[in-house]
Write a protein that binds this ligand. Structure first.
Ligand SMILES: Cc1cc2nc3c(=O)[nH]c(=O)nc-3n(C[C@H](O)[C@H](O)[C@H](O)COP(=O)(O)OP(=O)(O)OC[C@H]3O[C@@H](n4cnc5c(N)ncnc54)[C@H](O)[C@@H]3O)c2cc1C
Length: 434
């Protein structure tokens, strides 16, 4: 590393050397006991704002600038010490989701052409989000500081292009969104967060854990719903997980978690979870359910990997009823040995004449490194080889079924696309969005 004048000093807009730049980039706020203003220096290359662009779209373009998540994260940290704990250390993932949501909101309102229903959809979305944010226990002060940091960051990115039009528009938009978020949060009932203790951990495959917990109080979720979960393995990272057993007065709850390579939480959870750990569970959400309106419509379920959790929860709940629609469950994974829940499903099917299991795997045999081969239990239908979508659509259009899907974002995308192309009416298919 060079320390004097040289190419790297010339590259820096403020003429600093590598060392000066590095030290300048360190957030010294926590050590000095006062926050460092990350937006103090004007940007060398602000975003060009065309005064002819409608203000909502100009704000969307400022949000889309690749510098936004990093600058906003630092502005938030300086705005309120609580934000250091509320956001994970690397908050760019969660802030990218914020950018996606705001982009959708700004574009929907801009393109609504005065259609009240479309604007209401945005407000309803913010209320829904607010209900989920209840778990964060935000106060009015947090909302105010968040809004101030947002406006400061956008103004900073626009430089001299910032004008009254943009200031008024973001002020109004944020006030509407923040009011809806707070309304949604206030409408929730029961405790915002419930503690739970890990009481058992099973490791059915090399990359899946089954975690059993006892919650401090009973969590009343519907079968098929998911919960927001905060664990000690990656600080500040909330993720959605689906209970695999119905809610019960003994407060038992079970999750199946797969290690998603490169993910922020799942790998450290799968490697680190142990008996005695404390988790935080928040409000149940999600709309996956079996329609029991009579006359029954038969059900097609397709689960990829740990996507089996909410579907087996629905099946376990159905076992409590005397009569049920027929359920045909396609259970898929990469290798045959990854179908870890098959023994339980086969046990269930042996006492449920309405339930048929079709195992599916993309590969025909397990890889050598997966350990000793386990024989799969016998099912009525033999395992088929292929992707879930190919095997499901190979049976036909399933046009008369209610279709419930659960799995990775790619599995959901491919299965919905493939089934619709094969003739399944889109409105018959339900799944919770990734
Ligand atoms: C409604 C819902 C219910 C869920 N239920 C469960 C569950 O019961 N068990 C479970 O293990 N996971 C479940 N998930 C996924 C879970 O919330 C996390 O996204 C997943 O554990 C990865 O988290 P991460 O922090 O490790 O990765 P992230 O940092 O969030 O993501 C890393 C990358 O992996 C992709 N990704 C996310 N989920 C998957 C996946 N399942 N397979 C492949 N790629 C993925 C993301 O799109 C991203 O590109 C559910 C997700 C949703 C939306």
């Amino acid at each position: 590393m060079s320390s004097g004048p040289g190419p790297d000093r010339a590259d820096d807009p403020f003429g600093r050397s590598d060392m000066e730049r590095m030290v300048g980039d360190i957030d010294l706020g926590p050590y000095l006991g006062r926050p460092v203003d990350p937006l103090a220096e004007p940007l060398a290359r602000p975003v060009v704002v065309d005064p002819q662009t409608p203000p909502l779209l100009a704000l969307r373009d400022l949000l889309a600038d690749p510098r936004f998540p990093g600058l906003f994260q630092r502005a938030l940290r300086a705005a309120d010490p609580d934000f250091r704990e509320l956001f994970p250390r690397d908050a760019t993932g969660v802030l990218s989701q914020f950018v996606r949501a705001m982009t959708w909101a700004f574009e929907t309102v801009e393109n609504s052409g005065g259609d009240r229903a479309q604007v209401d959809e945005v407000v309803e979305f913010a209320r829904h989000l607010g209900a989920d944010h209840r778990k964060l226990e935000l106060s009015g002060r947090h909302h105010t500081r968040f809004g101030e940091a947002l406006v400061d960051t956008l103004r900073h990115l626009a430089g001299r292009g910032w004008d009254d039009r943009l200031a008024t528009t973001i002020d109004t938009a944020y006030r509407v969104m923040s009011a809806a978020l707070q309304e949604g949060s206030a409408a929730g009932q029961g405790p915002a967060r419930i503690g739970a203790t890990v009481v058992d951990v099973l490791r059915p495959t090399r990359d899946v854990v089954v975690v059993r917990l006892i919650s401090d109080v009973m969590l009343d979720y519907h079968p098929g719903q998911y919960l927001s979960v905060l664990t000690p393995y990656t600080a500040g990272v909330w993720r959605r997980l689906s209970p695999s057993i119905p809610a019960n007065p003994a407060c038992q709850i079970e999750f199946h978690v797969r290690d998603v390579p490169g993910g922020a939480l799942s790998g450290s959870l799968v490697r680190g979870v142990g008996v005695g750990d404390r988790w935080v569970l928040a409000r149940p959400l999600g709309l996956l359910e079996v329609d029991r309106t009579e006359p029954f419509r038969d059900v097609l379920m397709a689960a990829g990997g740990t996507g089996i959790a909410p579907l087996r929860c629905l099946i376990l709940d159905m076992m409590r009823h005397g009569f049920n629609p027929r359920v045909h469950l396609f259970y898929g994974a990469r290798h045959p040995g990854d179908l870890y829940d098959l023994p339980t499903l086969v046990d269930l099917a042996s006492t449920a004449p309405w339930l048929t299991i079709q195992p599916v795997s993309e590969e025909d045999v397990d890889p050598w490194w997966a350990g000793p081969r386990q024989d799969l239990p016998r099912t009525l239908h033999r395992r088929q080889t292929g992707t879930l979508v190919d095997v499901v659509t190979g049976w036909g259009a399933w046009a008369d079924r209610q279709v419930l899907l659960s799995g990775s974002p790619e599995m959901l995308r491919a299965t919905v696309r493939g089934m619709v192309a094969a003739g399944t009416p889109r409105e018959n298919i339900s799944y919770d969005r990734p």
